[in-house]
Write a new protein. Structure first.
Length: 300
């Protein structure tokens, strides 16, 4: 956790709602101070102070970029604040005629409005239309951490597409292809049966080395990573992982998918290829696979 002013500055929703809440709170506290205390409901003082604490919490969570981790907590706190402000409005408007009370009531009404907006946003699902519309204005996209597991259809195929290779094949490679028809059949079957290649479909290809193939076109946007069984990951060449991420939740890999890896909450993972919903990841024990991006958070 580190202080990030950009997390607040880059989010117009956070700046606008926090500014609106601070102005509303100032109106409420000014009205409360100018009121005749003999006619002022003492319960409202506690509500005003409580509202200030909630505003400070939200500001701190945004500045340290941990707002996603406390959304459900904030929904509960804001619900209590909403009850306080609406009840204070009822007491201030219908039971007194003091101008200071009316000013405080106006501030409480504004606070009730911003509390309701926060409840709808923080309590809404990240993929709901309202949340997606609000987040679309953010300069720094937040990582959604709610418990949502993308379907298997969201996974980016990891099969090497033979149509991507435009360069010529060297004679050395031709010599090692003793049964090219069989290997071509294996690649075709892999693409037709699913997005991943099993270890049985890779039989006969284990003797290939990068030195046997000329430079290929690596500018394609498709992923070209093939994961073998997790039991053989320790023997596979190590990949370069440029980032580190912290697990926000524990995740159990699908036993039917040999490419996924399991991890526990707060575990530090090395990750790469972070442009999709499934990231390449490596655990501390050397296990390599893919993990859902909404279960982890990038570290600076």
């Amino acid at each position: 956790m580190s202080f990030e002013i950009s997390a607040l500055i880059g989010d117009p929703f956070a700046i606008s709602t926090l500014s609106f809440s601070v102005i509303s709170w100032i109106v409420a506290i000014a009205g409360a101070g100018a009121s005749d205390q003999s006619k002022f409901p003492h319960f409202t003082w506690w509500g005003i102070v409580y509202q200030l604490v909630v505003i400070i919490f939200i500001l701190v969570f945004y500045l340290f970029n941990i707002i996603e981790l406390y959304k459900f907590t904030l929904v509960g706190l804001l619900s209590i604040a909403f009850v306080y402000t609406t009840n204070s409005v009822n007491q201030l408007i219908y039971h007194t005629n003091d101008s200071g009370n009316s000013c405080c009531a106006a501030g409480c009404i504004l606070l009730s409005m911003v509390d309701l907006i926060w409840i709808l946003y923080f309590g809404g699902h990240p993929e709901s239309p309202t949340n997606q519309f609000i987040d679309s204005f953010s300069l720094k996209k937040h990582i959604h951490t709610q418990a949502h597991l993308p379907s298997s259809d969201d996974k980016v195929p990891h099969i090497v597409d033979d149509e991507e290779y435009k360069g010529p094949i060297s004679p050395v490679m031709n010599n090692q292809f003793q049964d090219s028809n069989l290997r071509q059949s294996q690649l075709t079957n892999a693409k037709s049966t699913g997005p991943y290649m099993s270890s049985s479909q890779l039989n006969g290809l284990e003797n290939f080395s990068s030195s046997d193939v000329n430079q290929r076109d690596l500018t394609s946007t498709k992923r070209q990573t093939i994961y073998n069984d997790t039991s053989s990951n320790n023997n596979a060449p190590s990949n370069t992982f440029r980032y580190k991420a912290k697990a926000l939740y524990s995740y159990d890999a699908n036993p039917e998918d040999i490419n996924e890896i399991s991890f526990v909450k707060d575990e530090i993972l090395e990750v790469d290829d972070i442009d999709g919903k499934w990231w390449q990841a490596r655990r501390a024990n050397g296990q390599v696979g893919i993990c859902p991006s909404n279960y982890v958070k990038l570290l600076d």
